[in-house]
Design a protein. Structure first.
Length: 149
């Protein structure tokens, strides 16, 4: 699933470099954009080798640092599904689709795959249709790789 698309696009709003002082106004250290990308890649690799629980803090950080990006929610949802909490994962992905601006097509594709995997084809149909209408991208290739075109 992970080699089909890259949901590691981190918004430009993240600082390119972190200031010398790691503490900001709310006492939460800011993470450089390049570091967030690397962390996301590490999280994806952890999911690929079935060690997602260990990557949960990474995806939570990405979700907090990039509130308009669905990448963190996608990673957390994958961990939830692997832990048998599919309803939580479905709800998380639906919220991300409704509220995020980046990686939304990827969130739709992952939700569609999860829904189909749990026998909920009717619910996945609209998501599949929406992603397949769009341009060729990783989200579309993900659905095609699962034979849902």
């Amino acid at each position: 699933m992970f080699d089909v698309f890259d949901f590691t696009s981190i918004a430009e709003s993240a600082p390119a470099e972190v200031a010398a002082s790691p503490v900001v106004a709310d006492d939460v250290p800011k993470v450089a954009r390049e570091d967030l990308k690397l962390l996301c890649e590490v999280g994806v690799l952890a999911l690929a080798i079935e060690r997602g629980e260990e990557a949960l803090p990474i995806f939570e950080l990405i979700d907090a640092e990039q509130p308009k990006n669905a990448a963190g929610a996608i990673g957390i949802a994958m961990i939830e599904v692997s832990a048998g909490r599919e309803r939580d994962a479905f709800a998380r992905l639906r919220r991300a689709i409704a509220t995020k601006r980046l990686c939304v097509r990827e969130a739709k594709a992952v939700l569609a795959v999860f829904l189909m995997g749990f026998g909920r084809q009717a619910e996945a149909k609209a998501l599949r249709r929406d992603v397949m209408r769009g341009p060729d991208c990783g989200a579309r290739r993900l659905l095609m790789s699962y034979g849902t075109a």
